[in-house]
Design a protein around this ligand. Structure first.
Ligand SMILES: [Cu+2]
Length: 321
């Protein structure tokens, strides 16, 4: 596997599945609590510093601290420019966090204090703007220049699936270059055990003409089309899904051969409704839950089919449990 050094150092195989473990990442209770996760195949990612299969179930819990009786989750994130090999013919210079697109998936529990030490080692000014509830001076709209750092600190609330992204204008450019990621705030009472994973939809404007040329789930176009995500039949899947496709008003997420339960913005503990296609504007995100009755290969993709045909396409490979 061709992981970044950090991913390699913080990953291990447990129970047949690849999950985050180490000083930066702690195992998700939800994914280690009696949930079987299929093993991942070994994949060479060419020039890329990250691998979408390794991002899929990778949740960064930061470093847990206690200060004055307060629980703190501390993260260190660094902005870079680095090349992504989008396909065999196409390289793209991304602006990113920690040399990966999407940025690390930060995960905390409601009520904890989030502290993010943001170092900008890129040549451009950037910020980290978080969705959620926080004071104005933590809103991440003040530029952090090249070589400078800023510490974002705020209480994690409300529980749900949130996001963070650069907010330097033009935001369309800074986001479509790759500066976005997911922030999951878990409810104090954990959700039931499930095979948890995340999908972030993004678009790349290669020629800087204000239109996307190619799209992806978790950074690399068509990756999960070519390397289906193994899941077990009858296993509850909890999918954290986020739309970060700029230049499109909205896209949908459609799952084949199944229906999913929708927890809007992840802010409910009970599903609101079931469907097999959900419309998401830019920055909209949800928790979707489902399990498969049948074995075999099932697609997932936006039903704006031109977007699916230009890279935002994936498959689940449902295997007998
Ligand atoms: Cu930026």
């Amino acid at each position: 596997m061709n992981f970044s050094r950090r991913q390699f150092l913080t990953s291990t195989i447990i129970g047949g599945g690849l999950i985050a473990l180490g000083s930066q990442c702690l195992p998700s209770l939800a994914t280690t609590n009696s949930v079987k996760i299929p093993p991942l195949r070994e994949i060479s990612m060419g020039e890329n510093l990250f691998n979408p299969l390794s991002l899929l179930r990778n949740f960064d819990y930061g470093i847990a601290k206690s200060e004055n009786g307060r629980k703190i989750r501390e993260f260190t994130l660094t902005a870079h420019s680095s090349k992504i090999q989008l396909n065999t013919a196409l390289d793209f210079v991304s602006w990113n966090v920690d040399n990966r697109v999407p940025a690390p998936t930060l995960r905390v529990t409601e009520g904890e204090l989030i502290r993010i030490i943001f170092n900008n080692q890129d040549g451009h000014s950037h910020t980290l703007h978080f969705h959620g509830i926080h004071p104005a001076d933590m809103d991440g709209v003040t530029p952090v220049k090249h070589g400078e750092s800023f510490i974002y600190e705020f209480e994690a609330k409300p529980f749900g699936v949130h996001l963070y992204h650069c907010h330097i204008p033009p935001v369309t450019r800074h986001v479509s270059k790759g500066l976005y990621g997911m922030l999951i705030i878990d409810p104090i009472k954990p959700r039931p055990p499930a095979d948890e994973m995340l999908l972030v939809m993004g678009g790349y404007d290669i020629d800087n003409d204000g239109k996307n040329d190619i799209y992806a789930f978790n950074g690399i176009p068509n990756f999960y089309r070519d390397y289906p995500i193994p899941i077990y039949q009858h296993q509850l899947i909890r999918l954290y899904v986020l739309n970060m496709i700029e230049f499109e008003t909205a896209v949908t997420f459609h799952l084949h051969g199944n229906m999913f339960q929708v927890y809007p913005t992840g802010m409910t503990l009970k599903p609101s409704y079931a469907t097999d296609v959900i419309t998401m504007g830019v920055a909209e995100r949800h928790i979707l839950e489902f399990s498969y009755d049948y074995k075999g290969k099932f697609m997932f993709h936006p039903h704006q089919d031109h977007i699916a045909e230009q890279g935002c396409m994936g498959n689940f490979e449902v295997i007998a449990s």
